[in-house]
Write a protein that binds this ligand. Structure first.
Ligand code: GLN
Length: 484
């Protein structure tokens, strides 16, 4: 028997409209799943009472017939989003006890569309990480784990795990260098990072402002389309949000991809690329070819500089953004003999190791003596990477790559704990897209021989999410990954 938690958002909306079940019933099932699967550590704050109240209001709206587009759909919210009256911590001790007085634009839009919020989801501290292990609440367990507990990916690990384990209908995520796409791939779910500027960053705690973007993580491509439509749009409160039309993303699903040109970047197939991942990549290309798409070889020659550039620019912006956590304004305060002491004590206790590392790197590359050598250079490389994509997109409409060079690895993996660079290397396929500000979706394509999900990434031109949705829906239909 299918449970209500098995339904996609599109299916649930139908059931709600036809009064087959109520929003309260749907919400209660998700609350049950949250309780049953607490061991995954996906939620850091649960708000079942508020969710039920919202669901009751939704049921009333269905009765009156003035239901909104996501009326009664229970969502999980990454803890990086400020939610009014609900603890929002970025999974950092420094925001211990912080309860925002305002709502982020993206979550407000979801509320206005009738969604209800089940709680706040675990993540890497301030979204810095790729395994959800830097969270002050501890790691999220990947629902696909067997004997050994595996990471859910990061930084939106709680979001991906909660969707995968059906502890919410869908979730919000954010992506600075891969944080929506990589955990989606690790957990066998679908997530899209839209074009930079598509969603407002207002009320999302800043990590690297020129890279941060919100996006949905959902059970399938259609649900991503439904959610992204609601989450997108110009916002006067975010000067980098783009004043462009928001198309009905759902309308592109199932459209023909005949003649669509799919770019395959040579640089993304280094020697030693995991064979299974390479073979699923080829299978994906075959599927698209069989539907009449044309495969074109492209080159993104500056790919090898993307990781170093990202790991200069992101920490530089982070070091500046995180200067506001001084013990005076939000969350934690650890007293000291005088003001400077208080700053030092608060930041020493409040930030975890990875966040401190990034603040140190960031302040270093921005310091007077090194600014030109590192930060300015990285900015120039960023432009070259963007130009690579621009050139490539003269030859193709979308680009297909793997999402990650690896599948989910064990929690506490030594090689990555001992040398953070090994963790950073996992971001190889996602950071260039972020540096170029492009839209990209990760969707599950199949399982490894170990039974772990593998994801493919569809990259589009700026504000051409349409082509991404078109391509992804074709792949999804052919891959028949299903909702295993
Ligand atoms: N893993 C990358 C990092 O650690 C990306 C994180 C993100 O997208 N928020 O910075």
């Amino acid at each position: 028997m299918t449970k209500l938690t098995d339904l996609t958002i599109a299916e649930a909306l139908k059931g709600l409209k036809n009064r087959e079940f109520s929003a309260v019933e749907l919400t209660k099932e998700y609350i049950g799943a949250m309780e049953e699967k607490r061991g995954l550590n996906a939620y850091v704050t649960e708000t079942p009472e508020a969710a039920l109240k919202q669901a009751e209001a939704s049921d009333e709206k269905y009765r009156r017939g003035d239901n909104a587009s996501l009326e009664g759909i229970p969502l999980g919210i990454k803890d990086l989003f400020c939610t009014r009256g609900v603890k929002s911590t970025a999974c950092s001790r420094i925001l211990d006890g912080f309860v925002p007085q305002y709502e982020s634009t993206v979550t407000q839009k979801l509320l206005d569309a009738g969604a209800c919020f089940l709680g706040k989801l675990n993540m890497d501290e301030f979204a810095m990480g790729g395994s959800n292990e830097t969270s002050c609440f501890g790691p999220v367990v990947n629902p696909w784990s067997k004997d050994v507990k595996l990471v859910a990916g990061g930084s939106s690990g709680g979001s991906a795990a909660a969707v995968s384990a059906k502890m919410c209908a869908a979730a919000t995520g954010t992506d600075t260098g891969g944080s929506i796409r990589q955990p989606s791939a690790f957990c066998g779910v679908t997530g899209i990072k839209p074009t930079y500027g598509r969603c407002s960053r207002y009320g999302i705690m800043a990590f690297a402002s020129s890279l941060d973007q919100a996006g949905p993580i959902a059970k399938d491509v259609r649900d991503c389309a439904l959610l992204l439509k609601v989450m997108s749009g110009y916002d006067v409160k975010d000067s980098t949000s783009a004043n462009v039309d928001v198309p009905d993303f759902e309308s592109f699903l199932g459209q023909t991809i005949k003649g669509l040109k799919i770019g395959v970047p040579a640089e993304y197939r280094p020697e030693g690329l995991n064979k299974e991942i390479a073979s699923y990549w080829d299978k994906g290309l075959e599927m698209l070819k069989a539907r009449g798409a044309e495969i074109v070889d492209i080159s993104l020659p500056h790919t090898k500089y993307a990781l170093p550039a990202y790991y200069i620019i992101a920490p530089a912006e982070a070091s500046s953004n995180l200067a506001r956590y001084d013990g005076l304004r939000y969350g934690l305060r650890v007293s000291g003999k005088h003001l400077d002491d208080m700053y030092i004590n608060t930041r020493t206790e409040g930030f975890g190791k990875e966040v401190k590392r990034r603040i140190m790197i960031g302040t270093y590359v921005l310091s007077a003596g090194y600014y030109d050598a590192y930060y300015l250079k990285a900015q120039k490389v960023r432009r070259l990477i963007r130009d690579d994509f621009k050139k490539a997109f003269e030859k193709c409409d979308v680009i297909l790559t793997p999402t990650s060079p690896v599948t989910a690895f064990p929690i506490g993996d030594k090689s990555m704990q001992e040398n953070p660079i090994n963790m950073y290397l996992n971001d190889i396929f996602t950071v260039s897209v972020s540096l170029a500000g492009l839209p990209a979706m990760s969707l599950p394509i199949g399982l490894s021989t170990d039974g772990l999900p593998l994801g493919l990434q569809v990259i589009g031109k700026p504000f051409d999410e349409a082509a991404v949705f078109k391509t992804a829906s074709a792949l999804e239909a052919d891959a028949e990954f299903g909702r295993k």
